[in-house]
Design a binder for this molecule. Structure first.
Ligand code: TEU
Ligand code: CA
Length: 566
């Protein structure tokens, strides 16, 4: 046995727990960043009719849900995460009629539409804020969070914005500061005000009545904030509000709700998604993302990749929610770098590593989320100048880094690796100009590798990343062991190989993946010496695991050993 194969105390490898089956247990969700998906009218900005034109593409991939990043009226300070009218569509994206048409056409293809619920804050152009800032006694004043200047005449306290600088901006009209945990044009709503909550629930029901399949909830762990104690995340009333929201809106409907909760821990995850909690279906936790961030500089100075650390986080979450609650599974989204650039190898083993990452993620327990372009192996974009960037977070942080005397080159290296615009360059549909995204001038440059990496060529190539995702999505619908099987990790300390098994009623699935460009030989633990059907592989099929195996560069496969027929 080599030094990596000693095992921790054997965990239970079967389980007797019961779980109420939900439709989204076997679904895969596809996230669309509308601004960058398809531009149907040549103005260089993606739009809703463009999304509708790709429903057959999404159906062919096999996804059951599409999550749209915000499409509401917005001045687009944060590309729509700053909403000025929750019940109208931004004109650059289309109209409510376009949206209703999209929902109907999606449903005809058994695809549900999730909307992005951004209710921690609004835009400063929302009528509520326009009213609130008029006077201290305006009826809408305490829809937001205002404070007098601090004792020194400065900021009320030390709270900071995620986009750099203080979380307070002075409103000269009334001499008070208002809170904004993101840009100064995204004032935080005051969730302690029952009128705010009632308005939000009314709006949510209005959208549910239009037939949506649920909500993704933006920074929902912030809504319980206690500003005067400088508590932002996970505040004391957070779960009271979520249980009230459940009662007042989606609780009686068979819809999917997923909370974005950067502060979540395995313990709090059960508070959000436990079966008796009546809160959310699941959450996005980000520990597998932040485990690689620098303590001081965050994502702008990423640490070197460490598979043991990544495996331990992913396994911890699998174990934490193995008997209650439900995991979301994702590598990327509109805020994160491209998965194959972050965790794979785009120089020598682009396709192999993209398929390996998909295999590892999609055969775990939880609902997989695919970020647009991930299914064709889209990569980070090698911008060389800050002027090529569009994201307010990157632009603000670049300015602050340079003002603080840090090197602009160092910052650009961080932005190249972890900047949010890596995920926001337009979807690459074909080798046509601008990747077939637009006939106009795109709002952000298309990645120059679109002639090589695009959906059109991927769909016609049986061995493409796209077809690998299509197979994985289909496998989840076919095999209950993938959906409900008990997760067990193996060889936890191995620095190069990720191995886990899933077991359900005697069926055993073994998943193995090499995260390196080197061939790796390893001894197979007795419990994993199986033979069976190779469900998927990024090389030639592997149907049995005897004492030893050699995994080729980024090789990944899954073997299903069925229980003996009764
Ligand atoms: O993101 C929340 C959030 O905290 C991220 O901005 C994160 O801090 C950052 O990307 C890490 O580098 C949500 C949305 O996903 C994001 O697009 C919005 O900008 C933000 O909230 C404000 O609505
Ligand atoms: Ca357009």
């Amino acid at each position: 046995m080599d030094q990596f194969s000693e095992q921790p105390a054997t965990r239970v490898i079967e389980q007797g727990f019961s779980i109420e089956r939900k439709w989204w247990h076997t679904s895969t969700v596809y996230q669309i960043y509308p601004r960058s998906f398809v531009d149907s009218n040549g103005d260089g900005i993606g739009d809703i009719p463009g999304i509708a034109s790709k429903l057959d593409y999404l159906k062919a991939l096999g996804v059951g849900v599409i999550w749209l990043s915000p499409i509401y009226a917005s001045p687009m300070d944060d590309n729509g995460y700053d909403i000025s009218d929750y019940q109208d569509i931004a004109p650059e994206f289309g109209t409510l009629a376009d949206f209703d048409h999209l929902v109907a056409e999606a449903r005809r293809r058994d695809i549900g539409v999730l909307l992005d619920l951004v209710v921690n804050h609004t835009s400063d152009e929302h009528p509520w804020f326009i009213e609130a800032r008029k006077s201290i006694d305006n009826p809408y004043r305490d829809f937001y969070i205002w404070r007098r200047p601090g004792a020194d005449g400065g900021f009320p306290n030390r709270l900071k914005s995620s986009f750099g600088g203080p979380a307070w901006t002075l409103d000269p009209e009334t001499g008070e500061y208002y809170l904004h945990l993101f840009s100064r044009r995204q004032p935080d709503l005051n969730w302690e005000n029952p009128k705010v909550r009632a308005e939000i629930y009314k709006m949510m029901n209005w959208w549910l009545e239009r037939g949506i399949a649920g909500f993704r909830m933006d920074v929902i762990d912030y809504i319980g904030k206690k500003v005067d104690q400088e508590i932002v995340k996970d505040g004391p009333h957070l779960h009271d509000y979520l249980q009230e929201m459940h009662r007042e809106t989606f609780g009686s409907r068979n819809v999917l709700t997923v909370g974005e909760t950067w502060s979540a821990t395995p313990g709090s995850a059960l508070l959000y998604s436990g079966k008796d909690r009546r809160e959310l279906s699941m959450i996005f936790q980000f520990e597998h993302v932040t485990q690689q961030w620098d303590e001081k500089f965050g994502k702008w100075r990423p640490k070197p990749f460490d598979l043991v650390r990544l495996k331990s986080v992913l396994s911890k979450w699998q174990y934490a929610l193995s008997e209650d609650g439900w995991n979301s599974l994702f590598w990327g989204n509109h805020d994160l770098p491209r998965a194959v650039s972050k965790y794979g190898n785009v120089t020598g083993y682009h396709m192999e590593s993209a398929k390996m990452l998909a295999t590892v993620l999609h055969l775990m327990k939880g609902t997989p989320f695919i970020y647009q372009g991930e299914e064709i192996g889209m990569t980070n974009v090698p911008f060389t100048k800050i002027e090529q960037y569009r994201d307010i977070e990157t632009l603000n942080m670049h300015r602050l880094h340079v003002e603080a005397g840090y090197s602009p080159e160092d910052f650009l290296r961080g932005a190249n690796e972890n900047g949010r615009d890596n995920a926001r360059t337009p979807m690459q549909w074909s080798a046509a100009p601008h990747g077939g995204f637009t006939t106009g001038v795109p709002w952000i440059e298309v990645n120059a590798n679109y002639p090589k990496i695009n959906a059109e060529s991927a769909m016609t190539d049986e061995n493409s990343v796209w077809n690998h995702y299509r197979k994985l999505i289909a496998l989840r619908k076919k095999h209950p062991v993938i959906v409900y099987g008990l997760y067990q990790s193996w060889l936890d300390q191995h620095p190069d190989i990720f191995v886990y098994s899933r077991t359900l009623k005697g069926d055993r699935l073994v998943v193995m993946a090499n995260f390196t460009p080197r061939p790796i030989s390893l001894t197979i633990p007795d419990e994993l010496q199986v033979c069976g059907e190779c469900l998927i592989s990024n090389y030639s099929p592997v149907t049995e695991l005897c004492e030893g195996v050699e995994l080729r560069a980024y090789e990944a496969f899954a073997i299903l050993c069925k229980a003996p027929a009764k």
